[in-house]
Write a protein that binds this ligand. Structure first.
Ligand code: SF4
Length: 404
């Protein structure tokens, strides 16, 4: 792996750009637990098949050391949300999750009532385990259901069957304040009716939040090497429309490209990403974004768990670099593009002043892209609100190109 650590320097103003105040943003924490029982054939996340026992205690020690070394970068800031993602975090014991959250609460100022989400897979469900996560402080569970159809679960290489999906979802609903169900559509051989049946099953379970992702063929995955037969673009678009209509009729708000929530149940952690907030990313392959008085910095940690752990432990506490694969300062152009890449996912868009406080730039810095997008009917501007049009939501990539 190429390790690239670039020194961060204060960006120089380009001609015509208006420098505002230092960027200001709320802070979240993301922790990555990178193991899975086995690798799903469509997955390009940083997840590693568990070939032997997970080195749980050593990995927790590494996360703690990582956090201790990162503390000066977030000193005094309050943490508004925490997300434990993976991989399959539910391969970790409740005692491990408890230790992780206790460490965070000890070393950081976690806001009272902070949203604490953990991802779990139905194939690793045990009632006592889920209860243990709840007792450790997890208040939002995100379950990787993907489908309730046995054939599609098999085609996706998932380790759970439909019965386990129902059992895990029902147990989660009774334990956690909020439950998100992840579903996928445009699956191998899937019909419109089958996609509808998955949605109806999720609604019937009483979930408060649902994420519906279009299955895509990611490079360097078994699915990309030997693609299964997938629904064509027209059928996939019909599935997308069906999802919006069905969930809308059931009282869900479609607030982001793939996210649907009952009123008051939007994911606060993800909203912080989409509104260009800050997040400290801990763990193998975790990404982070932090704002300072003179710069906005993106970080990525080493991806392989062993390399990450070895690097964290070999560093003196003052040198916070060896386990970072990349540190990058955002130029003014990067700030405009990355803000838009996130905020234009939100169907309600954003206020101009949010852009200014998160990027430290005047909204004038985004004007060429905004004007071009408006001319093409991809964007709407009403007073201070800026949001994607329906066409812009459908052709988000085309919209974002205009800010590159
Ligand atoms: S369970 Fe999730 S993270 Fe793990 S391999 Fe499958 S899709 Fe990837």
């Amino acid at each position: 792996m190429t390790v690239q650590v670039l020194p961060c320097s204060i960006p120089v103003l380009a001609r015509g750009e208006v420098r505002m105040n230092p960027p200001r943003a709320p802070l979240s924490v993301y922790m990555h637990l990178p193991w899975c029982v086995r690798k799903c054939p469509y997955c390009d996340f940083n997840s590693h098949a568990q070939r032997e026992a997970i080195p749980e205690a050593r990995y927790l020690d590494a996360l703690t050391a990582d956090l201790e070394q990162a503390l000066p970068q977030v000193w005094g800031r309050e943490v508004s949300s925490i997300f434990i993602g993976g991989g399959t975090p539910s391969l970790f014991t409740p005692a491990a999750i408890d230790r992780l959250l206790t460490t965070l609460r000890t070393l950081l100022r976690v806001a009272p009532g902070a949203e604490i989400t953990m991802e779990a897979n139905p194939g690793t469900f045990e009632a006592a385990r889920f209860r243990g996560y709840r007792e450790a402080g997890v208040n939002r569970l995100s379950l990787g259901i993907q489908s309730f159809n046995p054939e599609h679960l098999k085609a996706l290489g998932r380790i759970h069957d439909e019965r386990e999906a129902y059992v895990a979802a029902e147990a989660a609903m009774g334990l956690f304040e909020t439950v998100n169900l992840d579903l996928m559509y445009a699956l191998p051989g899937q019909s419109l009716e089958q996609a509808r049946a998955d949605l109806e099953a999720a609604i019937g379970l009483g979930t408060a939040h649902l994420s519906a992702y279009h299955l895509t063929l990611e490079p360097n995955t078994p699915f990309a090497a030997a693609p299964p037969t997938l629904p064509d673009d027209d059928l996939a678009a019909d599935m997308q429309e069906q999802t919006e209509a069905l969930l809308g009729a059931a009282g869900f708000e479609h607030y982001e490209t793939s996210a649907y929530a009952r009123p008051g149940q939007r994911c606060r952690h993800n909203l912080n990403y989409w509104t260009f907030g800050d997040y400290l990313g801990l763990g193998a392959g975790a990404h982070g974004k932090l704002s300072f008085s003179d710069r906005i910095e993106r970080q990525a940690r080493l991806k392989h768990p062993k390399a990450y752990m070895d690097a964290v432990f070999s560093e003196p506490s003052t040198d916070h670099a060896g386990h970072l694969a990349e540190t990058r300062c955002l130029s003014h152009g990067d700030r405009v593009f990355e803000f838009m890449m996130n905020a234009l996912r939100l169907n309600e868009g954003f206020e101009a002043r949010l852009f200014e406080s998160r990027t430290g730039l005047s909204i004038a810095a985004a004007e060429p892209g905004l004007a071009a997008a408006e001319r093409r009917g991809l964007l709407l501007r009403e007073r201070h609100n800026i949001r994607p049009s329906q066409t812009g939501q459908r052709f988000l990539n085309e919209l974002l190109q205009l800010f590159l």
